[in-house]
Design a protein around this ligand. Sequence first.
Ligand SMILES: Cc1c2[nH]c(c1CCC(=O)O)Cc1[nH]c(c(CCC(=O)O)c1C)Cc1[nH]c(c(CCC(=O)O)c1C)Cc1[nH]c(c(C)c1CCC(=O)O)C2
Length: 351
Amino acid sequence: MNGVVEECLPDSPLLQALNGRVPARVPIWMMRQAGRYLPEYRALREKAGDFLSLCYNPDFATEVTLQPIRRFGFDAAILFSDILVVPHALGCDLRFEQGEGPRLSTVTSLADLDGLRSQLDPDKVGRVYEAVAKIRASLPRETALLGFCGAPWTVATYMVAGRGGDEQVPARRAAYRDPVFFAALIDRLVEASATYLIAQFRAGADAVQIFDSWSGVLDPEEFRRWVVSPIRRIVSAVRAEIPGAPIIAFPKGATLSGLTELAFATGVNGIGLDWTADRRNVRAALGARFALQGNLDPLRLIAGGRALDEGIDALMADFRGAAHIFNLGHGIRPETPIAHVEQMLKRVRGF
Ligand SMILES: Cc1c2[nH]c(c1CCC(=O)O)Cc1[nH]c(c(CCC(=O)O)c1C)Cc1[nH]c(c(CCC(=O)O)c1C)Cc1[nH]c(c(C)c1CCC(=O)O)C2
């Protein structure tokens, strides 16, 4: 597709897959690969205090990003940060309560939106870009560095509700009742997210992933409007600055028609599948050259044993000869045994 990728990291199987090629070996990484299942993460987290201080300290963020690479040798590192850094840098208050997830100041009207910044606060995002540069400089050459952002729809659901949960009712209701406000909120996030991703590429990211963790709660019309269209606009804004920029979308819970539409309408290079997606149908609809990532149920990784081996074998068989990136269907959970991650790597690498 593009020459940029190959010049930068010729040895990266992940970038080869995103380039529509069948890599010599199937690249593997895990969503949430740096995190609480790792004792070295828990130790550093204790030292740093809260989660946001980790995210905004480039040395800590670098160290945490590298931990799973050192331990497991994954083919990609993902920047340690959070999708809620974008609303935070637009001026929303944000805290992470222990065991309760994020809490934000709510944005529910045009007046609230006017009270936010129009541009990302450079004091906040500057630290993220600094972390990206440090991470890239510390990584082995063949290990790709993934930047990321939340998709506008998913980030908006947290901004409107001030928290996660309950099928994102507050945001869905706001989108129906006040589409003028909601479209303005999405526009602000499209612009901020594009700027954010462009800066991550310039700082050294090799590819980026757009997380749309809540795309599965929308009806097909709303999916088109608040998932497909904003992602398409971000992709085109990023590619205008970074020609050929490799981009993965993760539209969790999307239907087959939603996935197909997203793949064809947005121009992303790859799509992440959650564990409910019927991968053979998706592969048949998109063709073997369109990079597909994920799909292993994270609970198979917790179970280990045969449940894990069988899940891996079936997945690898279904994606044989395709542009495939091995991953879970969602983030690894904190209670996952490290020995099972090792079992997974061994099996995927030995396939
Ligand atoms: C919805 C969402 C968020 N954040 C993210 C998403 C989209 C992906 C998904 O659906 O999981 C994305 C994210 N969050 C984090 C990363 C880092 C990179 C990685 O390892 O994948 C990434 C890519 C670290 C994190 N983000 C968070 C932690 C846990 C913080 C801690 O207690 O140490 C980590 C490691 C906190 C977080 N951040 C968020 C929530 C709801 C929570 C609380 C729930 C939880 O604790 O898992 C928002």
